[in-house]
Structures are given as structure tokens and as C-alpha cells.
Design a protein around this ligand. Structure first.
Ligand code: ZN
Length: 258
């Protein structure tokens, strides 16, 4: 991997190619609510999970809005301390969603998880409309946040979708582990996804662009974490070091669970 990968410029290049190859960009909410003919036309759902360093979301939001692209931004509860950032991303034309982790926060207590979910959702909706939510993987927790939906329904919270459960029959591509292969993903994949076999050759963003140019897969679901994408070298090395550390940690967990 080159230091020039996973930079804002590289993200702009990726978006440029997606548009050039004829992909219609969609938010999660658009994908669920608009009458998309899923057998014709190519589309890419753009999802951003804002796990840390939430100010990075504004940079991404600007880049996309300059290209007339709307994406979905999922913020964790910490982000409610900076409502101005959430409002800014929303005003740039993007979808705001709640990146929930209530099962791990409540250590599996469902009633407590529901109370947290309702409280956070209300606070997000005080800032802007929220139609969809998306699980935060909490890779180091033994709790599975998606299990919330074994008890509750999206309609209970006037939601139209969940970023993992409501989207099917797409090719899921995530920058988790600072690579487009799925090798470092513990929880970041769709249920039943066989991403490892499909994506193991995709390391750099240029690999991804080459792959899309060659195969032209019709339905893409692109998940990025803006905190991993930097512009200057110092920030890049700091972030690269963190990701490498996380991947080592996840390998240990996989060994442990396996
Ligand atoms: Zn997350």
C-alpha cells in the first residue's frame, strides 16, 4: 500500500470513476424508498460509518456535495456532543443516521438498550430527520448489536431501514482494516455475505477502481470510515499505525474465537 492511498484525493478519484462508469449514487434511505429498478442500471449505495474523529465527516460531505452526490452518514452517540457537525453534514444534502451500539453499551440488557436507543434517536431527530440506522460493529465487545432486532422492529421507532439487515443482493465493499478485502472484517459484512472469496484480491483503492472498470458489478454497497482517509503524511502514518494495531488485535480475537 502506498502512502498516497486512503487519502481524500483518492476518495475523489474513486467517486469520479464511479460516476464515469455510470453508477447512480444512493443513500441507504433512497435505496429503500425510491422505485429502483434493480435489474437495470448500475447503482452504488454510499455509506459512511463515523466511528471516531467526527470532524472528518465534514470533509467527505463537502467533497460529495461538490459532485452532487448524497451519501448516508451514521454517527455514534458521542457525536451528539457536536450537533453542529451533524447539522452541517445534513445541510450539505446527506442522509444522517444513527450508528447504534446499544446492546454492547447495555451489556445485553434489552430494556436498557431500548431506552438508550429511544433517547439517542430523539436527540438525533432534534437536529435533523433520521429514517435509517446502522449497527456499530464494536469488534472488541462480546455483544452483537444486531441482536436488538430479534426483539424490536424498525417500525417501533418509525424507521425505514437498517444498514445491514435491509439491504440485500449487493456487493458489499468496506475499507475496514484499510484495505478493500474482507480479511480484517470481523463483523463488518452483510449477513450471509461471502465477501472474503469475492474481495480478497482488492487491497488498494486503485485495485477497486480496476475491478469495477473490468467487471462492472451492477449493485455496489460501498462503506467507508472517513477517519481512515487523510490528506497529509503525518495524519496518514498516525492513522495507519492505529489500523495496523487494530488488525493485529482482531487477528488475536479470531484465533481466540476460532
Ligand atoms: Zn462503526
Amino acid at each position: 500500500m502506498e502512502p498516497s492511498d486512503f487519502t481524500l484525493t483518492q476518495y475523489q478519484i474513486l467517486l469520479y470513476h464511479l460516476q464515469k462508469f455510470g453508477y447512480t449514487p444512493l443513500t441507504v434511505h433512497q435505496y429503500l424508498s425510491e422505485n429502483i429498478n434493480r435489474n437495470s442500471g448500475h447503482f452504488v449505495i454510499l455509506r459512511h460509518d463515523i466511528d471516531r474523529r467526527i470532524h472528518k465527516s465534514v470533509q467527505f460531505a463537502h467533497i460529495e456535495s461538490q459532485l452532487n452526490i448524497s451519501a448516508s452518514y451514521y454517527f455514534r452517540y458521542h457525536a451528539l456532543q457536536n450537533p453542529e457537525i451533524i447539522a452541517c453534514v445534513s445541510q450539505l444534502g446527506h442522509e444522517i443516521g444513527y450508528h447504534y451500539e446499544v446492546i454492547s453499551r447495555a451489556s445485553g440488557n434489552l430494556n436498557q438498550a431500548k431506552a438508550l436507543f429511544e433517547e439517542d434517536l430523539r436527540k438525533f431527530r432534534d437536529i435533523c430527520p433520521v429514517h435509517t440506522v446502522c449497527m456499530h460493529g464494536a469488534p472488541l465487545s462480546r455483544f452483537e448489536n444486531l441482536s436488538f432486532w430479534e426483539t424490536y422492529r424498525l417500525e417501533d421507532f418509525k424507521l425505514s431501514g437498517e444498514g445491514f439487515l435491509s439491504i440485500q443482493d449487493v456487493q458489499y465493499l468496506s475499507d475496514t482494516g484499510r484495505s478493500w478485502s474482507s480479511l480484517h472484517n470481523l463483523r463488518d459484512r452483510l449477513p450471509g455475505d461471502r465477501g472474503i472469496e469475492f474481495n480478497s484480491q482488492l487491497i488498494s483503492t486503485q485495485d477497486l477502481i480496476n475491478y469495477i472498470a473490468e467487471k462492472h458489478p451492477p449493485r455496489l454497497y460501498l462503506v467507508t470510515h472517513p477517519e481512515r482517509w487523510s490528506e497529509d503524511c503525518i495524519e496518514w502514518f498516525y492513522s495507519y499505525g492505529f489500523d495496523t494495531l487494530c488488525n493485529v488485535g482482531k487477528e488475536i480475537i479470531k484465533e481466540f474465537r476460532g
